[in-house]
Design a protein around this ligand. Structure first.
Ligand code: PLP
Length: 485
């Protein structure tokens, strides 16, 4: 067994090393005293947040992806641990954590955490309310309802619009399809299909499995050179399905594909859905937040024609995970799909209990960190985040485009994938793996998606700490690692 690492190797917060501090911390009780402020709890939370702030502040001196670290013991001991050992254990786990606050963290849709969101997550845990039912979350249920309505209205879904928070976009997408199926009376049809593009998210494959539909029920249509669903191919397929009498459960358009940030032609797809009477779900897990910025809205024309929209504020805005919403023009359809009656709860005094408006039962008030985060950013702050991300994507694209050996796959958002021209799949795999390592050695982390038969490198430029100098270094390392000839 590995011996416990010394305190020197993983220094704790300075205040923690004082002996007097340690002895008072040992008195931490399991539950906060209900009859007055609990000084031990207060100090414990101060110390924990101090550890966190130090970790966030040391991001740049480390790597986005640290080497494997020593983990503390996982099993509880017979006697419960005192506060200082809990904090030391926490510190060990933190040492091995991926650090989204590092300016070179450019691999995924996981930005640094927003300050207000961190605080709201702590408060959320402390309140320990339950969005299952109103009496378990009176203020938070109303907050969720109101914020979902506001966001849905911002996206143009209308005065009656609303929705529900979900623990991730995969769940939002699943709930959208279940709601669509129910609204079209297709619950018993084993032959119903869903149409989407080849680049739509893998969560739709999972949704098919959960809904008891065969994998082939998800019809993936080709994308054009920009990675957008071809509306003409969709039109043709919808006509064929209609002629064959095969029911369509929903059409999925993606606003921001995962590899290159492409936006499907929403208006044209919506027109086809209207003509056939099909449900339009827009997976805007990545792209929908861009519609909150007036100057970006034109990229998302047609979003307002959706029946349902998935949006993941966790992906660019820095709302701490998880933060996803399913928004609908007619939120009552959510209850039609999911309400079972909650016989052990008081009747709802609003629209419906949270646990009746989606798949999840007990769930945390994830809305709190979204609400406080948006309030901290303000509309100008949201615009600055979005514009900065697009600006960095443009900057990196022009740095890389200098070399004609590279093929760039971008879209209008903040994602950029690329690979050298003329490599076979094995060559692309070797190149991507070698280059990712070379980048990691200089604290730059990119991802390596397999896309259209080849590995690529992909940069997600949502990290506000990333500077021009990081992008220049990135482009230099990429060029140094290009295959010769
Ligand atoms: C990330 C993503 C999802 C899934 O969201 P999770 O929160 O990871 O479940 C769905 N669709 C798209 C386009 C995504 O990029």
């Amino acid at each position: 067994m590995a011996s416990a690492p010394s305190v020197q190797r993983f220094p704790l917060a300075p205040a923690l090393t004082g002996a007097a501090e340690l002895s008072s911390l040992t008195e931490l009780s399991n539950f906060a005293a209900p009859a007055g402020l609990d000084p031990q709890l207060e100090r414990f939370l101060h110390q924990a947040s101090s550890l966190l702030c130090q970790w966030l502040g040391q991001a740049e001196s480390g790597s986005p992806l640290p080497a494997l670290s020593v983990l503390p013991a996982v099993e509880p001991e017979f006697d419960g641990l005192p506060a200082e050992r809990l904090l030391a254990d926490l510190q060990l786990v933190m040492e091995g954590a991926f650090n989204p606050n590092h300016p070179g963290a450019l691999a995924h849709l996981d930005p640094p955490p927003l300050a207000a969101s961190i605080a709201a997550d702590l408060i959320c845990a402390g309140l320990n309310n339950n969005l299952l039912a109103e009496e378990l979350s009176p203020s938070l249920t109303r907050l969720e309802r109101s914020l979902c309505s506001w966001l849905a209205q911002q996206f143009g879904l209308g005065d009656q619009a609303g929705g529900v928070a979900a623990s991730g976009g995969s769940l939002s997408n699943l709930m959208a399809l279940v709601t669509a199926r129910r609204s079209r009376g297709l619950g018993c049809r084993a032959d119903a299909v869903v149409l989407c593009s080849a680049d739509a998210h893998v969560s739709f494959d999972k949704a098919m499995a959960v809904m008891g539909l065969p994998a082939e029920a998800l019809i993936r249509l080709p994308v054009d050179a920009q990675g957008q669903l071809e509306a003409a191919a969709l039109a043709e397929r919808l006509d064929q399905l209609a002629a064959a009498g095969i029911p369509v459960l929903a059409v999925v358009a993606t606003a921001g594909t995962t590899v290159r940030g492409a936006i499907d032609p929403l208006t044209a797809i919506a027109a086809l859905c209207r003509r056939h009477g099909h449900w339009l779900h827009v997976d805007g897990a990545i792209g929908a937040v861009f519609a909150l910025v007036p100057l970006q809205r034109q990229r998302l024309l047609g979003l307002e024609l959706a029946d349902s929209i998935t949006v993941n504020p966790q992906k660019l805005l820095g709302i701490t995970k998880t933060s996803s919403l399913l928004l609908l023009a007619e939120p009552a359809l959510l209850q039609a799909a999911f309400a079972t009656g909650l016989p052990y709860m008081e009747p709802s005094w609003g629209a419906s209990h949270g646990g009746e408006s989606g798949l999840q039962g007990s769930r945390p008030a994830e809305i709190l960190k979204l609400w406080l985060g948006l309030r901290q950013l303000g509309l100008a702050g949201i615009a600055a985040l979005v514009d900065g991300a697009i600006q960095r994507r443009r900057q990196l694209a022009s740095l890389l485009a200098v070399d004609p050996r590279l093929e760039l796959l971008g879209g209008p958002l903040h994602l950029l994938a690329f690979r050298p021209r003329g490599l076979d799949p094995q060559g692309a795999e070797d190149w991507s793996s070698r280059t990712r390592q070379a980048l990691l050695a200089e604290q730059l982390m990119l991802s390596r998606p397999w896309y259209q038969g080849h590995h690529h490198l992909k940069a997600v430029l949502g990290n506000p700490h990333t500077q021009t100098s990081h992008l220049e270094r990135l482009a230099r390392i990429v060029q140094e690692n290009l295959p010769h000839g």
